[in-house]
Design a protein around this ligand. Sequence first.
Ligand code: DHE
Length: 587
Amino acid sequence: MRSPAMHVISAASAVGLLLAASMPGSAQQKSDPKSLEQHKTSPGGKYEPSLDVLGGSKLEPPGAKEGVPTLSPAEFQAANQLYFERCAGCHGVLRKGATGKPLTPDVTKPLGFDYLRDFITYGSPAGMPNWGTSGEMPKDQIELMAKYLLNEPAQPPEFGMKEIKATWKVTVPVDKRPKAKANKIDIDGLFSVTLRDTGEIALIDGATKKIATVIKTGYAVHISRMSASGRYLYAIGRDAKVDLIDLWMDPPQTVAEIKIGAEARSIETSKAKGWEDKYAIAGAYWPPQYVIMNGDTLEPLKVVSTRGMTYDTQEYHPEPRVAAIVASHFHPEFVVNVKETGQILMVNYQDLDNLRVSSIGAERFLHDGGLDSTRRYFLVAANARNTVAVVDLKDRKLVRLIREKDGIGDKPHPGRGANFVHPKFGPVWATSHLGDETIALIGTDPVKHKESAWKVVQVLKGQGGGSLFIKTHPKSKNLYVDTPLNPEAEISASVAAFDIANLEKPYEALPIGQWSGISVGQRRVTQGEFNKAGDEIWFSVWNAKDQESAIVVVDDRTRKLKTVIRDKRLVTPTGKFNVMNTRKDVY
Ligand code: DHE
C-alpha cells in the first residue's frame, strides 16, 4: 500500500505547467491554478496494489529502437522497480490499463517525453497522483519513468505447474503429524495476527493474550484463513508464498509451503459438507491465475488462468487479478472474484479433472467482500465502481448490483463486512468506504423483509473517509468502523462505535491509539476482530516498522479498554483472524 497522505498541488507549483490536457480519452483541462486544485489524491485513490515483489525481479530490457531513449540494464531495473511498486497497481503489469489508462508505446510515443514527465509530476484530476509536486518522486526518478514508458513494457515470466511444483515443500509429512491435538492451546480462541513488515504471523492466545508462537511466512504477509475443522491455518504472502500451519502441533508449526505465482493476495479452504479441510485455493495478481491444492500438503493439483473477457464490453483482458476468494457452504465451490474482468467464478472442486466453472458477470474491479448471516449470499465490493454485487451461492446467480444511485458511497471497502439485525429492516450487511464517511446498510433477508432486501436501507455517517474495515458479532450490540487511512491523525487513531439498537444516535469515537499507551508514530488503528465468545474486540495499532505497535482489546459490553498487548515481536500488526470466527464465517 502506498502512503495514505492527501496530496494537494499548490497554486505556486502551477507556474509553467504544460498540462493542458489529461490522458487520452479524458476531457481537456485548463492549466489554471484553480484546475490544479483538483489534482488531489484521496486516501481511496492511493489505496492501490504495490507490486513490489515483481519490482524486485530481474527482467530483460527491451532492445534499442529508433526515436526511443535507451535505458542501461541498471536503469531498466530501477525503472521496473518503480513502475511495479507505484504504477502497475493501476496501469497493469503489462501496461495495458486497469483502473488507470493504458501506457503502451502506441499511447505514450505520440505524447512524448515532456508530456509524460509533466503528467507524472503534476498528476490529474482524473485520479493520477501528483508524484512530483507531492515530493514522493524526485525529478530524476520521474525522468527515468518517462523514458521507461516510451519503451516496450517488461514481460514478467509466467509461473505454471512446473515452476509452482518446484517451490513445493512438505516439511512435516502427514504421517509424522500428531493424530490428536498435541498442545494445550484453545485453538478456536486463537488469533492469527499478520506481522506485515517482518513477513511473520503471531499466534496469540485469546484468553491469556500471550503470544503462543511467531511463525515465518511469505513477504509482506497479507491474510490468514483456517480450514473448516480449524486444524490447519493458511497464510499468504504478497510474494504468493503459502504457508500451511498445523495448529495441533506443540507448538503449532509450518508443515508445508509453496509459491503459486509472483504476486498474490488471497487464500481460502473448502468448507462444503463432506469436503472440510480437503482443498485449499490461492489467487494470484501475477500471473493472473488461481491454484487448487491439497488441503493438508499443499500439493498443487490445478492451475487455472483468469485471462479472458471483461463482463461488459467483452474485450480480452491480459492480466485480470484474483481478488477475494470465499468458500461456498452450499456447494463444493470456491467463489473467485476476478478484478479487471468483473467476473465472479464459481469453481466447482468436485471433479478437478473435469473442472466446472460458472462465470457470473458482475462489475469490474471486484475487491473484497463476505457472506450474509445465512451464508447463502455473497456481497462483494467493486470498489472502483462504487458498486456492491450480490450473488446467491445456492442458486449460483447474480441477485443484484447495488450502485451509487442506490446509496453506495465512494469506494466501498467492507473487508468481509458486518452482519447484524437492524431494529427496523431486519438482517443487514454493512460496508464502510475508503472515499467518504458513509456506512451503507444493505437488507439481506428476501423472505421476511422482502421490501428491504438488496437495497441500501440506511446510510450512517462515520468519522470520515479512509475506512478499511467494519465489524460486529452476532452477540454484540455495537458496530465498529475503522478509519486508518484518514489523513487526520486523530481520526486514523480512533474507531467509531455505533449502537445497533439506536442507529440514529451519533457514534462514540474510541481513542484506541491513545489507549495503546504509544505516543509515537502515526498509530493507524485498523481491523477490529472479535474473540470466540463475541464479548471483546481486538484492534491493531499499526505503526511504522521501526516504531512500537500494539493490539488494543476493548470490552464490547462497556466499550472500555480491557487490555493492551505490547510486545517487541508485534511489528506492524494489521489483520487479525480468530480461528473460530474465520472458519465459521462469523462477522
Ligand atoms: Fe488487503 C483483504 C488486496 C492493502 C489488510 N486485501 C484483502 C483482499 C484483497 C486485498 C483482494 C481480500 C482477500 C480475501 O478475502 O480472499 N490489500 C489488497 C491490495 O491490493 C492492497 C490495496 C494493496 C497491496 O499492494 O496489497 C491491499 N490490505 C492492504 C493493506 O495495506 C492492509 C491494510 C494491511 C496489510 O496487512 O497489508 C491490508 N487486506 C487486509 C486485511 C484483509 C485484506 C486485514 C482481510 C480482512 C478480513 O477481515 O478478511
